[in-house]
Ligand binder design. Structure first.
Ligand code: OVV
Length: 407
């Protein structure tokens, strides 16, 4: 059996075009729109010979593959590596990298922590922190929105909500970036990220222990499930690890992209200020338009068929969520950022049983920041070039110079 990047290489299925491209090329990762459009134009799937995988870019197939956990499993890994054929770099996540019915048992616990009811108890603290940060940035006028806003806010409110006793902003952000880069091939991006593992991983593991989590946070609530006999002590540590893996870098990315959308679409910012009802749809449109998680894989666990294409057991499918979110057939005028669009069914938080479990928390953070901005800021302007940072699974800004003027 021929292997590439830890998975079996499949033959080209009938009626699937071969596309000689590297989706993990840093230039493509930084500015992916042309790649997204070309991938959709190829048809339901394209075969990528460099990795021996199928990629899908249209909304229809992305939705079908992502929603069907029985045929397209997560337990074989959601990156290029097939966990059935080799051991991953860390123990598999007990919520992301498992299938039902096991998945339901662990997911249920995280769902409870992230319920709208729990979010309401956090709202005042989140708003206070957002108001304070936006006031500080208004004092500065011009600032670097990635390091001074996007990275600051989640690393202020999340460790508190989690109940972390120690807060190392850099390690929290870099761990997320590492976990997401690890989903790609063994390229420079992955190797550079993994080089930080010996420093970061033991620190993360330690923060996930019961004694390092304060009462009242998400961490303590996870350990309460141990005391109820729902999960083991070790599983609690693993669930805490999931929150630290997926809860920081993603929201940092989403906030940076939200600022970029407002700065580059002043008419939409005016619209938002004039109608605060648009606050939530505005964030959904940010998600659709920028797709913070640009791609995730699934693995076909049986021989099957999607859109009349035969897919063999063991096939890795690169689901390019960013491309699905720009599909004109699903979103007319897709390349326009339009906060009145209400893009129900976007793929930025996934779909189906594995849909982002922290989405209420992400929305609560952005709600607080958008509220503070809409109340206090008159104009948002780019003060320099926006630069994107390549990552094998995340589409994030590297730098975003911004000028705020006061209302
Ligand atoms: C990168 C990522 C996304 C979602 C969940 C997890 C990780 C996890 O560790 O559970």
């Amino acid at each position: 059996m021929k292997m590439i990047e830890g998975h079996a290489v499949i033959d080209v299925p009938d009626n699937v075009p071969v596309w000689d491209i590297d989706p993990y090329n840093p230039e493509i990762l930084a500015n992916p729109l042309n790649y997204y459009a070309e991938l959709r134009a190829k048809g339901p799937f394209a075969y990528i010979p460099k990795y021996g995988i199928l990629a899908c870019g249209r909304h229809k197939e992305n939705k079908e593959v992502f929603s069907d956990w029985e045929r397209f499993v997560s337990s074989r890994g959601v990156g290029l590596q097939d966990f059935k054929l080799g051991k991953p770099w860390r123990d598999p996540s007990i919520v992301l990298e498992v299938d039902p019915p096991e998945h339901g048992r662990t997911r249920k616990i995280l769902m409870r922590l992230m319920s709208p009811k729990v979010m309401r108890t956090l709202a005042d603290d989140f708003q206070l922190a957002a108001d304070r940060l936006i006031d500080e940035l208004l004092e500065k006028g011009t600032f670097e929105a990635v390091t001074e806003l996007a990275e600051v806010y989640p690393t202020t409110v999340f460790p508190d909500a989690m109940g972390l006793r120690a807060c190392d902003k850099r390690r929290l952000i870099d761990y997320g970036a590492m976990v997401f880069n690890a989903l790609g091939p063994d390229n420079d991006l992955r190797r550079k990220a993994m080089a930080t593992a010996p420093d970061i991983v033991p620190w993360i593991t330690e923060q996930c222990l019961r004694e390092n989590l304060k009462p009242n946070g998400f961490g303590a609530a996870i350990y309460a499930a141990v005391d109820e006999g729902e999960i083991t002590e070790e599983e609690a540590g693993m669930l805490a690890r999931s929150l630290l893996s997926a809860g920081v870098d993603t929201t940092v990315t989403g906030l940076g992209s939200a600022l970029w959308c407002l700065a580059t679409n002043p008419d939409q910012f005016e619209l938002l200020k004039s109608d605060m009802q648009l606050l939530r749809p505005a964030f959904e449109e940010v998600l659709r338009y920028t797709s913070p998680v640009h791609s995730f894989c699934r693995t076909a666990d049986i021989d099957t068929e999607v859109s009349s294409i035969k897919i063999k057991q063991g096939t890795k499918i690169l689901c390019v969520l960013g491309a699905a979110n720009m599909d004109e057939d699903q979103w007319p005028g897709a390349t326009k950022f339009d906060i009145s669009r209400k893009p129900v069914g976007h793929m930025a938080m996934g779909a189906g049983v594995h849909g982002c479990v922290g989405q209420n928390l992400a929305r609560a953070e952005v709600q607080a920041i958008f509220t503070a901005i809409a109340n206090k800021v008159d104009t948002i302007k780019l003060a320099g070039e926006a630069v994107w940072r390549p990552n094998n699974a995340v589409h994030a800004l590297d730098s975003l110079p911004i000028t705020f003027t006061r209302k």
